[in-house]
Design a binder for this molecule. Structure first.
Ligand code: ADP
Ligand code: TZD
Ligand code: MG
Length: 577
C-alpha cells in the first residue's frame, strides 16, 4: 500500500547543502567585518536587505540613495573600513553615484553595491526593466569598478572591492551585481571556500630613510615654518604620533576644516585664527594629508604672499606631489609610518622655531580671537550668525565628544571659524567639493558608526537637499540634533525679483517653520528666536538624545553672497536690470 511503501531515496543533489548569491554576498561582507549597510530597497535587492538584517548585518534604510551613499562615505572616513551603500538598478544606482564620486574626491573608502538588470538584454539595448550599463557609467567616477557574473566569484569580487577602496589613496569602488547572480545556487561548502578574508587591506607604506632626512633638513632650515593638517591626517588615525610630532617641533599648525580637533583648536600652537598671516609669512610649509587644491589657493598667488616658500608634503599618493607647486621634499607613504619616521629622525633634541615667528603668530591669533569675542556674545533677535554660533561654540566646548556636521555657505564658513573642535574626527562637513546635501546622510552615518550625539548646523538651503531623512533619524531613534540657520534662503533671504511675481532664485518661503517637519515623525521640534532659546533647546536635545530639529530664526539680511568664497562667484558687469 502506498502509505506503507518505503519513501524513495532522495536524489543526491537534494541532500547537498546549498547556498546562493544572496547568502554569499552576505557571508563575504560579514567575513570582512562589513556589518552595516546603508541603502534603499527594491528590485533586485529587497530580499537581500531582509536576509542581511536576519544575518546580523545592520541595514539602515534611507529615503533617497544619495543620502545613504553619503552615510556610507562618512562611515568610511570615520572607521577606515569601506562604508557600504546598497541600491537598486539604474535610477537608484545613479542616485548613489553622486555620493560615490564624492567619496572618491574626498579620499574616503566606500563601496557602492548596485543590483543591475540582465546583461544579455542590457548589452543588446532591448529595454529591460531599469536598463542601464551601470559598470561603464560608474568607471570614470570612482577608483575601481567590478562586476560579478558567477556566484563562485562573489568572494573575489568583494575582496577586490575592499582592497581597492582602502589601499593607497582611499576612494569609492563600484560593485555591480546583476539580478540573476543573487539567485544562482551552488554547493555550500564550495561557496564557503570561495570567500576571501582580505589580509592587510591597507598595507603600511614606509618612507625610505633618505626621504625622511631630506624632509627634516628642509624643516630645520626654516625660519618661519608651518604645518598644515588635512583630512587625510584625520583619516589616518595616527593621532598620538601627529600630536607628538607637532608638539616636539614647536611649529604653528593650521588645521583644514575636517582636521580640526586633531589637536585642539585651543592648543597654543594652533594658528587657525591667524590663517592669512601664516599662509603669507611662512617660509617652509609641511603638508600632512592635505592637498594644495582650491581650498589652499593652489599653494600660490595673493593668499601665499610674495616671499619664496618651500613645501614638504606627506601623502600616500605619489601623483599628488608637484600637482600645483614644486614639492622640495616629497614624503610618500602612510601618515602613521611617515610621522613616526620623522619623529625618530628628529632625535632627542629638536631646535624650537625662532621665537619671533612663534610670537608673531600667537599675537595675531590672540588679536583676532579678541576681536571676535564680543560679537559672539550678542543676544540679538532675530539672530545673526555670530550670536547663534556663540552659543553653539560653548555647547561644543562642553560636549567635546559630540560630532558636528556642518553645511551651508555662511552657515558653513562662519561655523568653521567660530566653533572650536577638541577631538579628532568630530567635524564633518561639505569636503573637497563644497557639496550641499551631505547633512542628514552624515548625521545618520556618524550616529550609527560612533554611537555619539550628533549636532548638525545647517543652512536652510543646505538642509533642504536631504531634509526627508529626518524621518530616517526618527525611525532609528538616533541622537541627532539639527539646527537650521533659517535666513529665508541661499546666502540671504532678501533678494527681490523686480520683473515678475516669481520669487527671486535665491529665496524661500519667508518665515518657514522647519521644526514642524520633524514633528510629523514624532521628533521634537523647537522654534528658537534668540541665542538664549537656541542654547536651551540644543542642550535639552543633547541631554535627552531625542531626535530634535530646531528652527533658528536668523535675520534674512545677515549673510553675504557665497559666504567666504565670493571671490569664486562670477558676476556680470553688463546686467540689463
Ligand atoms: P583637506 O581637504 O583637509 O585639505 P584633502 O582631502 O585635500 O584634505 O587631502 C587629503 C590627502 O590625504 C589626500 O591627498 C590623500 O591621498 C591623503 N591621505 C589619505 N589617507 C592617507 C594616509 N593614510 N596616509 C597618507 N596620506 C593619506
Ligand atoms: N548644489 C550642490 C549639490 N552643492 C552646492 N554647493 C550648491 C548647489 C551651491 N550652493 C553653495 O555652494 S552654498 C548653497 C548652495 C545652493 C546654499 C547656501 O545657503 P544656506 O546657507 O541656506 O545653506 P547660508 O547660511 O544662507 O549662506
Ligand atoms: Mg540660508
Amino acid at each position: 500500500m502506498a502509505e506503507t511503501a518505503a519513501k524513495p531515496k532522495p536524489a543526491p543533489e537534494a541532500e547537498q547543502d546549498l547556498t546562493d548569491g544572496f547568502n554569499l554576498v552576505i557571508d563575504a561582507l560579514k567575513l570582512n567585518g562589513l556589518t552595516t549597510i546603508y541603502g534603499v530597497p527594491g528590485i533586485p535587492i529587497t530580499d537581500f536587505g531582509r536576509m542581511a538584517q536576519a544575518a546580523g548585518i545592520r541595514v539602515i534604510s534611507f529615503r533617497h540613495e544619495q543620502n545613504a551613499g553619503y552615510a556610507a562615505s562618512i562611515a568610511g572616513f570615520l572607521t577606515k573600513k569601506p562604508g557600504v551603500c546598497l541600491t537598486v538598478s539604474a535610477p537608484g544606482f545613479l542616485n548613489g553615484l553622486t555620493a560615490l564620486a564624492h567619496a572618491t574626491t574626498n579620499c574616503f573608502p566606500m563601496i557602492l553595491i548596485s543590483g543591475s538588470s540582465e546583461r544579455e538584454i542590457v548589452d543588446l539595448q532591448q529595454g529591460d526593466y531599469e536598463e542601464m550599463d551601470q559598470l561603464a557609467i560608474a568607471k570614470p567616477l570612482c577608483k575601481a569598478a567590478f562586476r560579478v557574473l558567477h556566484a563562485a566569484d562573489i568572494g573575489i569580487g568583494v575582496a577586490r572591492a575592499i582592497r581597492a577602496a582602502v589601499s593607497g589613496r582611499p576612494g569609492g569602488v563600484y560593485l555591480d551585481l546583476p539580478a540573476k547572480l543573487f539567485g544562482q545556487v551552488m554547493d555550500a561548502e564550495a561557496g564557503k571556500k570561495s570567500l576571501v578574508k582580505v589580509i592587510d587591506a591597507a598595507p603600511a607604506q614606509i618612507p625610505a630613510p633618505d626621504v625622511i632626512k631630506r624632509a627634516l633638513d628642509v624643516l630645520k632650515g626654516a625660519k618661519k615654518p608651518l604645518i598644515i593638517l588635512g583630512k587625510g591626517a584625520a583619516y589616518a588615525q595616527a593621532d598620538d604620533a601627529i600630536r607628538t610630532f607637532v608638539e616636539k617641533s614647536g611649529i604653528p599648525f593650521l588645521p583644514m576644516s575636517m582636521a580640526k580637533g586633531l589637536l585642539p583648536d585651543t592648543h597654543p600652537q594652533c594658528a587657525g585664527a591667524a590663517r592669512s598671516t601664516v599662509l603669507k609669512d611662512s617660509d617652509v610649509v609641511m603638508l600632512i594629508g592635505a592637498r594644495l587644491n582650491w581650498l589652499l589657493s593652489h599653494g600660490k598667488g595673493k593668499a601665499w604672499g610674495d616671499a619664496p616658500k618651500k613645501f614638504i608634503q606627506i601623502d600616500i599618493e605619489p601623483k599628488e606631489m608637484d600637482s600645483n607647486v614644486e614639492i622640495v621634499a616629497p614624503v610618500v607613504g602612510d601618515i602613521g609610518s611617515c610621522v613616526s619616521a620623522l619623529l625618530q629622525g628628529m632625535g632627542a633634541k629638536w631646535p624650537s622655531p625662532q621665537a619671533d615667528w612663534v610670537n608673531a603668530v600667537t599675537s595675531k591669533r590672540e588679536e583676532n580671537i579678541a576681536k571676535m569675542a564680543p560679537r559672539l556674545m550678542n543676544n540679538n533677535s532675530p539672530m545673526d550668525y555670530h550670536g547663534a554660533l556663540g552659543v553653539l561654540r560653548t555647547i561644543v566646548k562642553e560636549r567635546p565628544d559630540a560630532i558636528l556636521v556642518n553645511e551651508g555657505a555662511n552657515t558653513l564658513d562662519l561655523a568653521r571659524g567660530i566653533i572650536d573642535m577638541y577631538q579628532p574626527r568630530k567635524r564633518l562637513d561639505v569636503g573637497t567639493w563644497g557639496i550641499m546635501g551631505i547633512g542628514m546622510g552624515y548625521a545618520v552615518g556618524a550616529a550609527i558608526e560612533t554611537g555619539k550625539p550628533v549636532l548638525c548646523v545647517e543652512g536652510d538651503s543646505a538642509f533642504g537637499f536631504s531634509g526627508m531623512e529626518v524621518e530616517t533619524i526618527c525611525r532609528y531613534k538616533l541622537p541627532v540634533c539639527i539646527v537650521i540657520f533659517n535666513n529665508d534662503g541661499i546666502y540671504r533671504g532678501t533678494d527681490v525679483n523686480t520683473v515678475s511675481s516669481d520669487p527671486a532664485p535665491t529665496v524661500f518661503v519667508k518665515g518657514s517653520r522647519y521644526d514642524k517637519m520633524i514633528e510629523a515623525f514624532g521628533g521634537v521640534g523647537v522654534n528658537a528666536t534668540s541665542p538664549d532659546e537656541l542654547k536651551r533647546a540644543v542642550n535639552a536635545a543633547m541631554d535627552s538624545g531625542k531626535p530634535t530639529l530646531i528652527n533658528a530664526v536668523l535675520d534674512p539680511a545677515a549673510g553675504s553672497e557665497s559666504g567666504r568664497i565670493g571671490n569664486l562667484n562670477p558676476q556680470s558687469k553688463i546686467r540689463k536690470n
